[in-house]
Design a binder for this molecule. Structure first.
Ligand SMILES: [Fe+2]
Ligand SMILES: [Fe+2]
Length: 244
């Protein structure tokens, strides 16, 4: 199996029994729905009042977070333009973060299931997430930068947050590796749950910033041909089977 096929395989199917484990965990956390029914239907308008995207807590208000969640749990959509693909990546980020947390704090799963979940999460965050970051920094950023002051500010915040995520992700990956090798370790699993919770917090504002300011700007400012070129770049990073 090629690297692209591996990425495709686990991006499309986060877990086996873990799907059940995962959906329970997401619901318990009051978080985001998963699967095709959770995909955003419409994300075409720039939000009002997004004047200072770099001060994320000021920009991402509770109203906007709730609005984004409502969008995300709307009926599934049939199109798969470049923004849809990016949003689908976000669903997977949330899903694998929730899976990491479940691997840390669920008491009704076997050691082998915990080890398997750790392995899947490790692969996702070491192989797939970096591709999503490249999508945003190499395909999206250059096409959007310079078109709108408020979007420029959000783009800079996005890149700063990507850099900041590396430390949090590094901690999670270290703990995942330890739990995978010792899935019955109670203290290690508690450490994993905490690391996943920390990553979840780090991603929360970041994903909403992208979904409410940056991704809508793609549809608003980027010409259809350029959007199609972005989509081709996303596919090329992963191989022909991904996103199909
Ligand atoms: Fe990002
Ligand atoms: Fe993103």
């Amino acid at each position: 199996m090629t690297r692209a096929e591996r990425i495709c395989q686990f991006e499309q199917t986060p877990t086996l029994r873990g799907v059940d484990l995962l959906s329970l965990e997401v619901r318990k956390a009051g978080g985001h729905a998963t699967g095709s029914a959770a995909r955003p239907r419409n994300c075409t308008q720039l939000p009002r009042g997004a004047k200072s995207a770099r001060t994320v807590p000021d920009v991402i208000t509770r109203e906007r977070r709730e609005s984004a969640m409502l969008v995300k749990i709307g009926p599934g959509m049939k199109s798969d333009d470049v923004v849809d693909l990016l949003l689908a990546c976000h669903e997977r980020i949330r899903s694998f973060t929730a899976l990491a947390r479940a691997a840390g704090d669920r008491s009704d799963v076997s050691a082998s299931e915990v080890a398997d979940a750790c392995s899947r999460v490790e692969r996702y965050f070491t192989e797939a997430l970096p591709l999503h970051v490249r999508d945003e920094e190499d395909s999206l950023f250059p096409r959007l930068h310079g078109l709108s002051p408020e979007v420029d500010e959000a783009l800079l915040a996005m890149k700063e947050q990507h850099a900041a995520h590396e430390e949090v992700l590094g901690v999670l990956l270290r703990v995942l590796s330890e739990v995978r090798r010792n899935p019955s370790g109670v203290e290690l699993r508690a450490e994993l749950a905490l690391a996943a919770e920390r990553l979840d917090r780090a991603f929360a504002e970041h994903l909403v910033l992208e979904e409410t300011v940056i991704f809508p700007a793609v549809r608003q400012f980027v010409a259809p041909a350029a959007q199609a070129a972005m989509k081709d770049e996303l596919r090329a990073r992963r191989g022909p089977k991904t996103f199909t």
